[in-house]
Write a protein that binds this ligand. Sequence first.
Ligand code: GSH
Length: 80
Amino acid sequence: MKLYNLESCPYCIMVREKLDALGLTYEKIDVPIWHSGRKAVFEASGQYTVPVLVVDDLVFDDEEKILRYLEETYEQGAKN
Ligand SMILES: N[C@@H](CCC(=O)N[C@@H](CS)C(=O)NCC(=O)O)C(=O)O
């Protein structure tokens, strides 16, 4: 999985902490502060904010969606 990330972004920090807590490995793609440098984020998700998580053909463009997906999919006791 790939995380479009900004080191200082509090939402990205939450997602990175969750990924680490779950022991998941991921490719971290650091994006610039300015929108004009985030073409890859737009191409992946249709918008410019981070975090964005891409898992195969699934794309999550918001930290709440990302955290919910990770918890439902990877947390102990997850049903699926
Ligand atoms: N996913 C959040 C937004 C996340 C967010 O605001 N990320 C910041 C970095 S901390 C960002 O990428 N901002 C882009 C910008 O508007 O410059 C939401 O939809 O409310």
